[in-house]
Design a protein around this ligand. Sequence first.
Ligand code: HEM
Length: 125
Amino acid sequence: MSKVITSEEVIKHNSNDSVWMVIRNDVYDVTSFLEEHPGGEETLLEVAGQDATQAFDDVGHSEDAKELLKKYKIGSLPPGETMPNVVPQQKPNCCEKVKQIVMVSSVVAGAILVAIVLRKYLASN
Ligand code: HEM
């Protein structure tokens, strides 16, 4: 029986170190195939951690390619589960936000500090 792998797990494998993708609800680990792929490494990386069914079909892969798929299959999504259409590249957004918060906080903290120093300075005069 094929191993059940959730979409959340697939999404995590979206970097050069580990490339998983879903084609027709089956999960494939193509990490070791990256360099061998006749269509190039980049094409596979673009759909890493995502549903690659459309991309795979659009190329019109040969029967040999479809046969080769079996070699990389590691499991299937739970019955009825599909991959969310979200591109898992929202981390920079999150970090941008954190950076913004840190920056605003430092400005506010700086202003308070200046105010305290000024008050002390004015009070001593
Ligand atoms: C495990 C998944 C995949 C396997 C086993 C695979 C295998 C292959 C093979 C054997 C070829 C040589 C041509 C053929 O036999 O059809 C090929 C070509 C190609 N593949 Fe894939 N492929 C996979 C996934 C993908 C995906 C997801 C994409 C697109 C995002 C893609 C894009 C291409 C392109 C652009 C070519 C070149 C077509 C050409 O120059 O004629 N492949 N692939």
